[in-house]
Design a protein around this ligand. Sequence first.
Ligand SMILES: [Fe+2]
Ligand SMILES: [Fe+2]
Length: 465
Amino acid sequence: MKSPSDLIKNYWVDLLFVAVTVALARYPEIPGFLPFINGFLISFLVWFSLVRHSFESTPVFSLHNSYKYLAYTSTIAGTLIIRLVSRELGGHVAPFFLPIALISMLISKEFALRIAVFLSVLYAYSTGFSMVDFGFALASSVVTAISTHDVSRRLDLARSAIFVSVVSGIFFVFQSLLIGKPLNVIILGSTFIAPLIWSIVTVGILPYVEYASMIYSNIDLMELGNLNNPLLKNLSLKAPGTYYHSTIVANLAEAAAQKIGANAVLTRVASYFHDIGKAKRPYFYTENIGDDDPNPHDELAPKLSHLIIQDHVKTGLEMAKKHRLPLLIQDVIPQHHGTRVQKYFYHKSKGAGEKLSESEFQYSGPKPQFKEAGIIMLADSVEAAVRSLKKPTPSRLKNLVQEIVFSIYNEGELDESGLTLRDLEIIIEEFTKVLVSMMKSRIEYPKEEIKGVIKYAQNSSDKQN
Ligand SMILES: [Fe+2]
Ligand SMILES: [Fe+2]
């Protein structure tokens, strides 16, 4: 059991944060000591029991402090703006949409739902704990959190706002019937329109929040993955082989991410950027060396080759930081190689009689820290291996994918990624499916398989006749 002084030492930021939000919930009124303590205790209880411990269970919070700062600042700003608008114009137009949509799009739906409850409690405190007000705030924030979490286009956000408008309007009608008040059409109209207006404000504010926090919503991640992006344009011009490799990695990784419920948009866009560092010295990487070109590594010591290849991680990270790429995309750059050993150069060194250990040929890591980074590591290795497969058939492709995925798993590289064995099975299935459809023209189907397909087609046409 922790002593009160330990609690204050460990959680002083949260205590201060709750005190500030409680004070802002009644701004500019100065509540008496007892009402403030009442509000503080209730909010403190909700914050600690519902929100604070999810900092440990939501992976992004342990990856970057920016996520915590974003959670604190958007809740404080949300409390203030909800208070100001509801005080001046009425609670029915209060902008619950704004902070909840931002948190849902930038952090997670689950966390936004927790903040929805916290903000609704603060709002109820500001109205003297009216259950009707609490119900309205909770309904509109919960619907906002759920409907905005997988928004990847501005149009989707508009759709969510319309949905929230309808729910708020219906809630307002029920509320009027419940307390036996005549229905005020003007208030009903403004209740309906408010979420639409707040969604426009959300779209306007989003790029500033993203630039400052380097945490991106799917809407702007999609925009970032466009070929007009200077980093991708540069890669496609200087290292077309790497650019092509990255698009295939993106196709593989996106399909797998979608199937296991990871963020498919983040996975696709991060795949595009994972090797941007190769634009610096493209001629050292296999995918950019033509069949008739000399291989520069033939002239180099294996250790030097390893250092040159490994440099694409450091260079890529520097480029990503300079261009303020999203934090999770920056993470993928070193994590897609994790702490793996460059076996080819290690064996070359051994073959040349050098006494260098495996660790001399190891990437500096860290290992993938989240599911999307783990999937990209797998897709990256699979793409490189499939390129050299001579006569691909669906079963050969599946065996190769299986072999690569399980060898990376056995190396322990996926230990910190959060990927389960079930996820790996789904990833193998999805990678194989994408590869088979991509390589259709190159695939040699075994004779029995062709016979089977013909027989199946004949049977089904017989049935139709
Ligand atoms: Fe790489
Ligand atoms: Fe790669």
